[in-house]
Design a protein around this ligand. Structure first.
Ligand SMILES: [Zn+2]
Length: 300
């Protein structure tokens, strides 16, 4: 039994590498509108068709030392990163859920999330159809495992997830003339709601924490460079106060100071956003995907 487990794990890793390789193509070609299946892969710089051994996941990147065989143009690190990430996530799903229906569905959801994360990071666009398909598969999964209760569970999740993200997106109108986030984020949150039901609240919270880990350092670095010392000091104090959170919660005076600090920091950040030139959408799908993965692997 143990041997067959490792045997399957090995093949799931291989499958993950191949799927990752395919996702790279989907991420690139869904943006350029080219067919996914038809034209053979070629170098985007010199246009030479790739030979069969240039298409092996990860291995080709190492053999070619990250450069095109013909023109020596650098190959994007995106290729091996997506391939290895897909492999690791597929393997993690199998280790966690074993031979089960959940494994099949989780592999499908992870595939959708990888593609949407890729296009969101690369071009700030996400194909809402992928989110819709992911949501439908979430409903099917819940109905298969729990019938009508599962269906209600899914429906609640879609409403909560979609509504929360739509509200956050529209809060953008309070400070600028645009949405704070793209429409795709609402679709993705709704789809994750179809999968996780009411627990979508936890998923969104985890996603928020994950995004903070990336956004805040960059944000404060920019504030520091722009000589916006007040925001930086407030940020550091607010961050430090989290260390003493438990003590704070037991002392109302301290808690009041903590909240005033938080509110002044928020105002300071919003002021900064209002004056900054680039009001691009935050690519938020990666954060949602991170929340979903943390929940899938560490909370369930
Ligand atoms: Zn080339």
């Amino acid at each position: 039994m143990v041997e067959s487990f490792y045997y399957f794990l090995f093949w799931i890793c291989i499958l993950g590498l191949c799927f990752g390789s395919f996702f790279n193509v989907v991420i690139l070609r869904s943006l350029s509108g080219e067919s996914i299946v038809f034209p053979p892969s070629k170098c985007p710089k010199c246009g030479n068709k790739l030979l069969f051994w240039h298409n092996i996941p990860v291995l080709s990147y190492i053999l070619l030392r990250g450069k095109c065989y013909f023109c020596k143009e650098k190959i994007s690190i995106q290729y091996p990163v997506v391939e290895i990430t897909t492999m690791l996530l597929f393997a993690a799903v199998f280790v966690k859920f074993g031979f089960s229906v959940t494994t099949l569905f989780a592999i499908f959801w992870i595939s959708c999330l990888i593609i949407m994360t890729g296009t969101d990071l690369k071009e700030q666009t996400v194909d809402c159809n992928i989110a819709i398909i992911m949501g439908i598969s979430g409903i099917i999964f819940n109905v298969v495992s729990a019938g009508w209760i599962g269906f209600a569970h899914s429906l609640t999740g879609i409403i909560i997830g979609g509504l929360i993200l739509e509200l956050i997106a529209r809060s953008g109108y309070l400070f600028t003339e645009t949405r704070a986030m793209g429409e795709a984020d609402t679709f993705v949150a709704g789809a994750l709601g179809a999968i996780f039901g009411r627990d979508i609240i936890v998923v969104l919270f985890l996603g928020l924490l994950a995004s903070m880990a990336f956004i805040l350092p960059v944000f404060f670095y920019n504030q520091y460079k722009n000589n916006n010392k007040l925001t930086c000091i407030l940020g550091v104090l607010f961050g430090l106060s989290f260390v003493f959170l438990q003590a704070l919660l037991q002392n109302y005076y301290m808690l009041a100071i903590f909240m005033i600090l938080g509110i002044s920091l928020a105002i300071s950040i919003l002021k900064g956003l209002k004056h900054s030139e680039n009001r691009n959408y935050l690519p938020y799908v990666p954060a949602l995907a991170a929340g979903a993965l943390i929940f899938l692997f560490f909370v369930i």
